[in-house]
Design a binder for this molecule. Structure first.
Ligand code: CA
Length: 229
């Protein structure tokens, strides 16, 4: 049985992106889009984690968090917020949030925090991703290949993390884009190709190609032998 996560978010696209991602990672995720419905779910069931948006119709995230803590429910809460002013972060944490993530965020970033807050038993193993001679630490956001540190932008890092979570799988451009960018894939845009090209350049400075183009199907993270098999 996977850990149970309640996602409280009124923006349908963001909620979809989070729910799909969490379910793909094996969590049981449920959703509320409005404060009153959210409260009913918060009270009526036991959750391992609550992802709570700040701005909501009905009681907002901060009010819900106050209510939860008043009832002495100590479910971990990860605040999702577009606010990044220091005073707002402090208000959220003071109200009893365990951590927060500012929008826009990548799924890799969110997942790292989810894993930390749910304290899964194999945390060390979960946060260190490894494929062939490439290693990536989700918690510290460091990546290396054959012992060389890789200098990656946030997007390249998120892209590499996504590939490393799905090694030897053919990943469609749509799936990669929607998971890593958190937006609907635009077939006319070449930003995915550009980032893959850049990521390859960084990786291939220290070894052979690992991200292969599967013509008409997408990309695959694999060694040369795996690509040909
Ligand atoms: Ca909102």
């Amino acid at each position: 049985m996977g850990l149970r996560i309640l996602v409280i978010e009124d923006e349908a696209e963001i909620a979809d992106f989070i729910l799909r991602g969490l379910r793909e990672e094996g969590y049981v995720a449920e959703h509320a889009a409005e404060g009153n419905a959210a409260w009913t779910l918060m009270e009526s069931s036991k959750w391992d984690l609550i992802l709570l948006d700040w701005w909501l119709p009905g009681p907002d995230g901060l009010q819900l968090l106050h209510r939860l803590r008043e009832k002495d429910l100590d479910t971990p809460v990860l605040f999702l917020t577009a606010r990044d002013a220091v005073s707002d972060k402090v208000r959220g944490l003071d109200a009893g949030a365990d951590d927060y993530v500012c929008k826009p965020f990548t799924f890799a970033e969110l997942l790292a925090r989810v894993r930390a807050l749910t304290r899964r038993p194999r945390r060390g193993a979960d946060t260190l991703l490894s494929f062939d001679d490439v290693q990536l630490d989700i918690m510290t956001q460091r990546a290396e290949r054959a012992g060389h540190a890789l200098m990656l932008t946030g997007k390249e890092y998120a892209l590499l993390a996504f590939f490393m979570r799905h090694p030897r799988e053919v990943l469609s451009r749509t799936r990669i884009y929607e998971q890593v960018w958190g937006e609907r894939f635009d077939k006319m845009s070449n930003s995915l190709e550009v980032h893959v090209m850049e990521l390859r350049r960084v990786l291939e400075a220290h070894g052979p190609r690992l991200i292969h183009t599967m013509r008409g199907r997408g990309y695959l993270l694999g060694t040369r032998a795996e690509e040909l098999s």
